[in-house]
Design a protein around this ligand. Structure first.
Ligand SMILES: O=P(O)(O)OC[C@H]1O[C@](O)(COP(=O)(O)O)[C@@H](O)[C@@H]1O
Ligand SMILES: [Mn+2]
Length: 652
C-alpha cells in the first residue's frame, strides 16, 4: 500500500494500540443491524403533509409507542404521546392552556418518552445516539439509557426525573426528548425527486431537509427546472413562475425566496388591461398566507409569463437542432392575427386569440418590455440568497441517480426505444445512452450552475430545459409536454402526452435486472425505485411492479394528484428485516392521527447488518487499511508515536 497514504493514516492512529482498537470498533459497528432508510418522492411543495411524515417517521414512531407501552397505557394516551413527539412545542402549549401540564403529567411523560427513546435507539451505537442528543442533555440521557440493572434503574430514574422537575427544566427536557426521538427514528432519507411546484412551500421542505443528518436527493424534472432557473435559463425562469401563477403560489416566490414579482404584475396589468385572461385563472389549492393577490391579476400575470415562455422555448428549440424538437416549436407556427396554429400538419383554432405582444413576422421575438421584464426577473433569481442556499444543497446532496445498498434510485426513466433498447441523446456533440447518459447529464447540470458566465454555462443550462421536458429526457420520459395545447386548443386529442417505452418495458423483471446490471448492481438483490408517475391505486394499479423488482412511489402527496391516485402518497421503508410500503391518507392539519397503512413488500432472508450495506463495505475498506498500518508498525516501516487518537472514534 502507498506509504504516503499510510503515513496520513498514522497521524490519526499513531500507534499499534490506537489502530487495533479502531479495528475492533469498526468490526463491532459492522455487526449491528442496518439503520432504517426512508424513501419519499413527488412532494410537490406539500410541506405540511411531508413534514408530518418526517416527524412521525411515516407511522413508525406510533408503532414503537404501541409496542413499548401497548400493554400498560390506554390507546388515547398513546395517541396523545405520539402527537407530543411530533409537535412538542405546539402540544405543550395546548396542554398548558388546558391546565393539564402538572408535575405528575411531566413525570409520567418523561418516563414514557425515555422508554420510547430506548426503543428507537436500540440498534444504534452509543456514540451515534450521543451525537443526536443536544449537548446539555448528553450526560443525563446517556446515563438514563444505559443503566442495565433493573432495581438500580428504577431508583435512578426516579432520582433523575425528580431533579429535572425540581430544577424547572422539565418542559425543555421533554421538548428535546421528542426531537431526539424524531431524529433517531429516521436513519437516512432518500428523496426520489420533485420537491417543487404545485403545492405551496417547497422552500419549507428544503429548510427541513437541510436539518436532516443523512439525506440524498435524486433530481426530478421539477427540481431541475428550478435549478435551471437559478442557473439563469430564461425559459425555465418563465416556467417556474408560470407554474406558480397557475397554482396561485406567491408565498414561495415572494416570502420564501424574496423574488420580486411587481414588475410582472405591472407589465401584465398594462398589456392585458382589457383581457380577462379567462383561460389563465389560477387553481387555488392553498391560500397564500403572506401575499394574497387578486386572482384576476394573477390570471393576467399567468398569461403574460406563459406567452414569454412559449417564445423563449421556441428560440431554444431553434438554437438546438440536435434535440430534434421541431415539432414542439409551437410559437414558430402560430398565426397571432387570426388566432390559429399549425401542429403536425393540422391547423387548429386557438381558444384565446388576443396576442398583443406577438408579431406575425417574428412571433418568437420578445417585445422590448418583455425583454426588460425578463432582465428584472432574471436578476431577482440570480440575487436571491435563499434560493442560492437551497440550490447548493440540491447540488451537494443530489444527483441524476444514486445506487445505495444494492438499490438503484432515479426519478423518471432510462429512455428506451420501442424494442427496449436504451435511447441515445446528443450531449456536447457526442451520443450517450443508459448509465453513461445519466453520468454525463450530472456533469452538465453542475456546469450549468457552477461555471462562470460563458457559452458552455449557457449551453449546459439549455440542457436543463431539455431535461425538464425533452422527449428523451430521463427525468421527464414523455414524448411532449402539452401545456400549450391544454391552454389554447379545445381538441383534447392534442393534450395527450405519451410515456416513453421504459414505462412499458420496466414492468418486466428481466428488463429491471438488465438495468440493475448496467449500474453495476446485483440483480438478485437490488430494486429500482422511481417516482414521477402517479400510481392510480383506485384504478387497481400497484406501486410494486416487475415481480417486486421495481417500486414506483409517487402516490400523490401532491393535493393536485390525490383525485387521480385515490391516496395521499407512499413512503417506502427499508429496515433490517424487510421492505415496507406505508400508504398515506390525506393530511388534515390539526388532526393528530394520520397513521398510514403499512404493508410488507419483501422480507429479507436474514436480518441485514451494517456489514451488508455500502457503509459496511466502506468500513471494511477502512479495516483493511488499518491492518496494513498495523503491519507497517510491526515491521518498523512506519514508526509508532505515543499518545491516543486525537478525537475519539465516533465513525458512525
Ligand atoms: O397538472 P399540471 O400541474 O398542469 O401539470 C401537468 C404537467 O406536469 C407533468 O405531468 C410533469 O409533471 P410531473 O413530473 O409532476 O408529472 C407534465 O407531463 C404535464 O404537462
Ligand atoms: Mn416528475
Amino acid at each position: 500500500m502507498d506509504k504516503k497514504y499510510l503515513q496520513l493514516l498514522a497521524k490519526e492512529f499513531p500507534n499499534i494500540d490506537s489502530a487495533a482498537s479502531e479495528i475492533v470498533n469498526l468490526s463491532a459497528i459492522r455487526s449491528l443491524p442496518k439503520g432504517t432508510e426512508y424513501f419519499f418522492s413527488d412532494m410537490h411543495g406539500e410541506y405540511e403533509a411531508f413534514l408530518h411524515m418526517l416527524k412521525s417517521a411515516s407511522g413508525m414512531i406510533k408503532i414503537k409507542i404501541d409496542l413499548t407501552l401497548g400493554k400498560t397505557v390506554s390507546s388515547a394516551e398513546r395517541e396523545a404521546l405520539a402527537a407530543l413527539i411530533y409537535y412538542p412545542d405546539k402540544e405543550q402549549k395546548r396542554l398548558k392552556k388546558a391546565g393539564i401540564l402538572d408535575d405528575e403529567w411531566r413525570r409520567l411523560t418523561i418516563y414514557r418518552l425515555i422508554l420510547v427513546l430506548e426503543a428507537v435507539s436500540a440498534k444504534y451505537t452509543r456514540s451515534r445516539v450521543r451525537k443526536r442528543i443536544p449537548q446539555d442533555m448528553v450526560y443525563i440521557l446517556d446515563e438514563l439509557l444505559n443503566v442495565t440493572d433493573d432495581v438500580i434503574k428504577e431508583y435512578y430514574y426516579d432520582e433523575i426525573i425528580t431533579t429535572i422537575l425540581d430544577t424547572g427544566i422539565a418542559d425543555h427536557f421533554i421538548n428535546e426528548l421528542c426531537k431526539v426521538i424524531q431524529s433517531l427514528a429516521i436513519d437516512s432519507l432518500h428523496i426520489i425527486g420533485d420537491i417543487f411546484d404545485r403545492g405551496p412551500r417547497a422552500d419549507i421542505i428544503l429548510n427541513e431537509l437541510m436539518k436532516m443528518h443523512d439525506v440524498d436527493i435524486q433530481w426530478g424534472n421539477h427540481d431541475i427546472s428550478w435549478m435551471g432557473a437559478a442557473s439563469g435559463n430564461r425559459a425555465l425562469i418563465a416556467n417556474v413562475i408560470r407554474i406558480s401563477m397557475r397554482y396561485n403560489n406567491f408565498d414561495i416566490l415572494e416570502d420564501g425566496y424574496g423574488l420580486n414579482l411587481r414588475a410582472l404584475a405591472v407589465f401584465a396589468g398594462e398589456v392585458y388591461k382589457d383581457d380577462d385572461c379567462a383561460l389563465f385563472m389560477p387553481q387555488t389549492l392553498d391560500d397564500n398566507i403572506y401575499d394574497p393577490v387578486d386572482t384576476k391579476l394573477v390570471a393576467k400575470m399567468h398569461k403574460a409569463i406563459t406567452i414569454i415562455q412559449l417564445k423563449l422555448e421556441s428560440q431554444l428549440i431553434k438554437r438546438h437542432p440536435e434535440w430534434e424538437m421541431d415539432g414542439r416549436d409551437v410559437f414558430g407556427n402560430i398565426d397571432p392575427v387570426n388566432g390559429s396554429v399549425e401542429l403536425n400538419g393540422v391547423r387548429y383554432e386557438l381558444l384565446d386569440k388576443n396576442f398583443p405582444t406577438v408579431s406575425r413576422e417574428d412571433p418568437l421575438a420578445l417585445t422590448d418590455e418583455e425583454n426588460e421584464l425578463m432582465t428584472v426577473l432574471t436578476n431577482s433569481f440570480m440575487h436571491s440568497e435563499k434560493l442560492a442556499e437551497h440550490m447548493r444543497f440540491l447540488y451537494s446532496n443530489g444527483s441524476m441517480y444514486k445506487t445505495i445498498n444494492g438499490n438503484l434510485l432515479f426519478h423518471g426513466c432510462i429512455p428506451m426505444d420501442e424494442n427496449g433498447k436504451p435511447l441515445s441523446l446528443t450531449i456536447e456533440g457526442e451520443q450517450y445512452s443508459g448509465k453513461a447518459m445519466l453520468d454525463k447529464l450530472d456533469e452538465v447540470a453542475n456546469k450549468a450552475y457552477f461555471l462562470h458566465p460563458c457559452d458552455e454555462k449557457e449551453n449546459s443550462a439549455d440542457m436543463l430545459w431539455y431535461l425538464w421536458c425533452g422527449p428523451n429526457s430521463p427525468l421527464y420520459g414523455k414524448d411532449k409536454m402539452a401545456f400549450f395545447e391544454r391552454y389554447f386548443i379545445e381538441d383534447k386529442s392534442t393534450h395527450t402526452e405519451n410515456y416513453n417505452a421504459y414505462y412499458h418495458f420496466s414492468e418486466q423483471a428481466d428488463v429491471c435486472r438488465f438495468i440493475l446490471r448496467m449500474f453495476g448492481l446485483d440483480p438478485d438483490r437490488g430494486h429500482i425505485i422511481n417516482g414521477h408517475v402517479p400510481v392510480r391505486i383506485k384504478n387497481g394499479e400497484s406501486p410494486v411492479k416487475a415481480g417486486g423488482k421495481l417500486f414506483v412511489i409517487d402516490g400523490g402527496i401532491s393535493k393536485a394528484y390525490q383525485k387521480a391516485t385515490g391516496i395521499a402518497g407512499y413512503t417506502l421503508i427499508y429496515d433490517s428485516h424487510s421492505l415496507n410500503l406505508a400508504q398515506h391518507q390525506p393530511f388534515i392539519a390539526g388532526e393528530s392521527e394520520h397513521t398510514p397503512t403499512l404493508s410488507m413488500v419483501e422480507r429479507l432472508e436474514r436480518r441485514a447488518n451494517i456489514s451488508d450495506t455500502d457503509k459496511g463495505a466502506e468500513l471494511l475498506g477502512k479495516i483493511d487499511d488499518l491492518r496494513e498500518l498495523l503491519k507497517a508498525y510491526r515491521s518498523g516501516t512506519i514508526k509508532q508515536k505515543q499518545g491516543r487518537r486525537p478525537n475519539g472514534n465516533c465513525i458512525i
